[in-house]
Design a protein around this ligand. Structure first.
Ligand code: 8YV
Length: 316
């Protein structure tokens, strides 16, 4: 008799590849697509034996779901950010949380640099101008020079470091981090100091209670009216309303944002502003990287299903 596959809860959509590979290993229940009755019937049928939750970094896993799965062993996140999972709570229930570090670092850093150049040089608005057939009638406004700028990186973890390395050929690089690191970049002891120093402030820190709304009105004031903000980290690190106010009153020259406070909702004021460049959380969204992330999710799932430790567990 064929052995029954273990059941797993899936909290968001994944690539066809990841869903197919997971489907070979486990019986997936699409929690995010189920209504209350379907969830209740899943919990009564498989809740006591379900060993896995698979989710996205932007989705996480609510504590009440962790609590209703007493046999849960692993929450496998298809992403590096684990801010949407209560790690101490998971640990208190002996649940391991895994993420996908390293494999997406290059992509997120590449996007950050792309956003800086696109925002400063008006690449998206120039493209729209050509497509609308406006070129014969009018010229686009001049952009601003990228080379020679001071680039401030807020948070010098793996991704922040990769961004700093990419910015170095363009100009001076500064950073703020909890501690000074052995790197050839200008260290600022506070985020405020970094904002004051920077022409371009790139947010790359993890979302934690300490970094919530770290980029607030006073930090934007320090960045100044010629300054621009780029966020490839998490929406929660930036006070979105403060950005909207600063842009509207001319106190901030521009903002390029890949992440938002209430994704996928983006405030109208950001959409309407001609000082913004907006992308739909695509930091890791390349074919190559999503495949590598999927493989890391699968490695974690395989390890735990085989009774071994997860490959890339999040440390408490
Ligand atoms: C993904 C991310 O968009 O890695 C992260 O933390 O936010 C992104 O790479 C997301 O996790 C995809 O599930």
């Amino acid at each position: 008799m064929a052995q029954e596959k273990p059941s797993a809860v899936q909290l968001c959509g994944f690539s066809d590849y990841l869903e197919a590979e997971l489907g070979q290993r486990v019986d997936l229940f699409r929690w995010d697509e189920a209504d209350g009755a379907a969830r209740a019937s899943f919990l009564s049928a498989a809740g006591q034996t379900c060993r896995l939750v698979v989710t996205g970094g932007h989705i996480g896993c609510p504590n009440d779901l962790i609590d209703s799965l007493p046999a849960l062993e692993l929450i496998a996140i298809n992403g590096v950010g684990y801010d949407k999972v209560d790690i101490p709570h998971a640990a208190s229930k002996s649940v391991t949380v895994s993420n996908t570090p390293d494999v997406l670092t290059d992509d997120v850093a590449d996007l950050a640099v792309g956003l800086v150049i696109a925002l400063r040089r008006g690449i998206a608005s120039g493209d729209a101008h050509v497509r609308k057939g406006d070129w014969p009638q009018s010229e686009v406004p001049l952009g601003r020079k990228v080379s020679g700028s001071r680039f401030g990186v807020l948070g010098l973890g793996r991704i922040g470091h990769a961004i700093a390395d990419r910015c170095a050929p363009f100009g001076e690089v500064g950073y703020w981090s909890r501690s000074q690191k052995d790197v050839p970049f200008h260290y600022c002891a506070t985020a405020q100091e970094l904002a004051h120093w920077s022409d371009v402030l790139i947010v790359a820190c993890a979302a934690t209670p300490d970094t919530e709304k770290l980029v607030d009105a006073s930090l934007l004031d320090a960045l100044g009216e010629e300054g621009v903000l780029v966020n490839v980290a998490r929406g929660s690190v930036v006070d979105e309303q403060a950005v909207i106010t600063a842009l509207a009153s001319g106190k901030l020259a521009g903002a390029a944002l890949d992440v938002f406070e209430k994704e996928p909702q983006v405030p109208e004021a950001l959409i309407d502003s001609d000082r913004t460049l907006l992308t739909p959380h695509v930091g890791s969204a390349t074919v190559e990287t999503r495949k590598a992330m999927a493989d890391l999710v699968l490695a974690n799932v395989d390890a735990v299903l085989a009774g071994n430790s997860a490959t890339t567990p999040v440390k408490l």
